[in-house]
Write a protein that binds this ligand. Structure first.
Ligand code: TYM
Length: 332
């Protein structure tokens, strides 16, 4: 008899703070879509994580539904993947408390994102910001996830989830699967268009630094045209050309062309021509996503029904893991 090999489980999430950027798409969401055919996938909108920084309630509610619509517009198929909103699955918060008791203060203090965010939000260094990776570990471990497709900035968080799982299993036996981050070879860190030494971020105060997935065509082309590069005027991927390297990565991911092909294509041509090509290509690429998003947002009742179906499916899986954890620990 042929052996049935179970599919791997892929889980990831995105925060609904602001609108998804090209960085989120290239670094993460594009791979979520790719994994749908080979894995059992779960993708969520991490709205519990979002409240670690101050949020306006009405906006958070709106952005959460928009982010859900946007991952579907990007190609997450709710028939193939379990797509859901984190706060609608209470098991995430429940497991998080338990795992808080199996994570060490010292290891949390070493998280670079905590250090960065504490600097950025010095007036609100809340405990949630500190324990953020434990909630993220809960997201991952509840579903026995094997693979976590993320950009490079989330790698350390996936590693800590693995450490916590390992520690827990060491005490109680095989409860959790040890997850691996999946970081794409190209595009794991798309850089800001105004400062290509910094990550492209949706929370950037300067909107010229990022491209939002839903941005209009002219604005995309203009931002790329104005992006910071160098004065060498040679389209080549190499050291000390952060701005050009970034645009080449974006162009390569969107067109499927290699860096060598791109260098050849723009050999002897200036940055103006290259930037126009990148801008036009990115704008064309995002056009269908925008259309699907607008269609989805016309039917909120349908979207909300997708959210509750997703949450129900997720909760069914999560409940099993949580019950096992409770039994092992002695809480049930
Ligand atoms: P978030 O919302 O900051 O980002 C979502 C995903 O996009 C990736 N990303 C980037 N990739 C390449 N270049 C960039 N400039 C760029 N900016 C962001 C991020 O690495 C991420 O993969 N804590 C997570 C959300 C989360 C999660 C999880 C992820 C909550 N629970 C469980 C995985 C598993 C976050 O804040 O991502």
């Amino acid at each position: 008899m042929e052996e049935i090999i179970p599919k791997k489980i892929s889980l990831s999430g995105i925060q609904p703070t602001g609108i998804m950027t090209l960085g989120n798409y290239i670094g993460a969401v594009r791979n979520w879509v790719k994994f749908q055919d080979e894995c059992d996938c779960l993708y969520m909108i991490a709205n519990l994580h979002a409240i670690t920084v101050k949020q306006n309630p009405a906006e958070l509610r709106k952005h959460t539904l928009e982010a859900f619509a946007l991952i579907i517009a990007c190609g997450i198929d709710p028939q193939k993947s379990v797509a859901f909103i984190q706060s609608q699955v209470p098991e995430h918060s429940e497991l998080s408390w338990v795992l808080n008791c199996y994570a060490q203060f010292g290891e949390m203090s070493r998280m670079t994102q905590f250090k960065d965010k504490s600097r950025k939000h010095a007036d609100n260094i809340n405990v949630g910001l500190f324990t953020y990776p434990i909630l993220m570990a809960s997201d991952i471990l509840l579903y026995k996830s094997d693979i976590v497709p993320v950009g490079v900035d989330q790698k350390q968080h996936v590693e800590i989830a693995r450490d916590i799982a390992n520690r827990f299993n060491g005490i109680y036996g095989d409860v959790f699967t040890l997850p691996e981050p999946y970081i794409p070879k190209d595009g794991a860190k798309i850089m800001s268009l105004v400062d290509p030494t910094k990550k492209m971020s949706k929370s950037d105060e300067n909107p010229n630094g990022f491209i939002a997935i839903l941005e209009d065509r002219d604005s995309i082309i203009r931002k790329i045209k104005r992006s910071v590069t160098d004065s060498e005027a040679i389209v080549a991927y190499r050291e000390n050309k952060d701005g050009i390297n970034n645009l080449m990565t974006i162009y390569s991911v969107v067109t499927g062309k290699s860096y060598a092909d791109i260098e050849k294509e723009f050999d002897g041509k200036g940055y103006g021509e290259f930037k126009s090509a990148v801008g036009e290509t990115v704008a064309d690429y995002l056009e269908p996503v925008k259309e699907r998003f607008n269609q989805l947002m016309c039917d909120k009742a349908y979207l909300e029904s997708l959210c509750s179906q997703g949450a129900e499916k997720a909760s069914r899986i999560a409940r099993k893991t949580l019950s096992k954890v409770y039994r092992k620990v002695g809480l049930a």
